[in-house]
Write a protein of this length. Structure first.
Length: 202
């Protein structure tokens, strides 16, 4: 994995870790009382607690769609994107999980906050995904224009393609899993063994 000329704000501590085992992003053991498959089902205006929405080819997630708690409390809410299109401005809050798995074409502008989770395993996100207020972004595949992390949020990168306009600001965290780490083309020393890590100031 090559990290070259990344635009990262000053005084942000990065941790590079070489790990043999990656944790699957999809939640295990979740149960839902309401499962919606689109198509053929229509996408509801709001997902109540204990709801799962599965988007396939031909589906459309509307502009500014909320997953989890925002103005109205909702917990154990999951959206799985296996195709179709996501319009701009999806918001993932407390109790919400967005899994972009395959075939998705997103306009970006995705924000995750208050312990919400976004997992990107495939597809294309033509824009930014931003985490703040303890939000989490896990990137293991797909093609993402950029990410932003701040406010005690965490971005975990283990695969996929990410644009160089990504950044980590105050109290944001970036964890990178992989091998052959380089910064400006220079190999990073001290990562020869599984589980080893190196901390540095950018």
């Amino acid at each position: 994995m090559l990290i070259d000329d990344a635009r990262v704000y000053k005084h942000v501590k990065w941790t590079l870790s070489l790990l043999l085992m990656l944790v699957p992003s999809l939640s295990v053991g979740q149960t839902f009382t309401n499962v919606i498959n689109s198509p053929p089902d229509e996408v509801p205006e709001f997902l109540a607690s204990d709801s799962q929405l599965n988007l396939g080819p031909g589906a459309l997630l509307p502009w500014g769609y909320v997953i989890g708690t925002n103005d109205v409390p909702a917990t154990n809410v999951q959206v799985n994107v296996l195709g179709g299109e996501m319009q701009y401005g999806t918001r993932v809050g407390f109790g919400g999980e967005l899994n972009i798995i395959d075939g998705a074409n997103s306009a970006g502008g995705i924000s995750v906050f208050d312990q919400g989770v976004v997992n990107i395993e495939g597809g294309v996100v033509n824009g930014s995904v931003s985490a703040y207020s303890q939000g989490a972004i896990n990137i293991s595949g797909g093609n993402l224009d950029s990410f932003r992390a701040s406010g005690d949020s965490v971005v975990t990168l283990s695969g996929g393609m990410v644009g160089l306009n990504s950044g980590v600001s105050s109290n944001g965290h970036l964890i990178v899993h992989g091998g052959d780490f380089r910064i400006d083309g220079v190999p990073v020393e001290g990562l020869g063994l599984p589980g080893s890590s190196v901390e540095f100031e950018s």
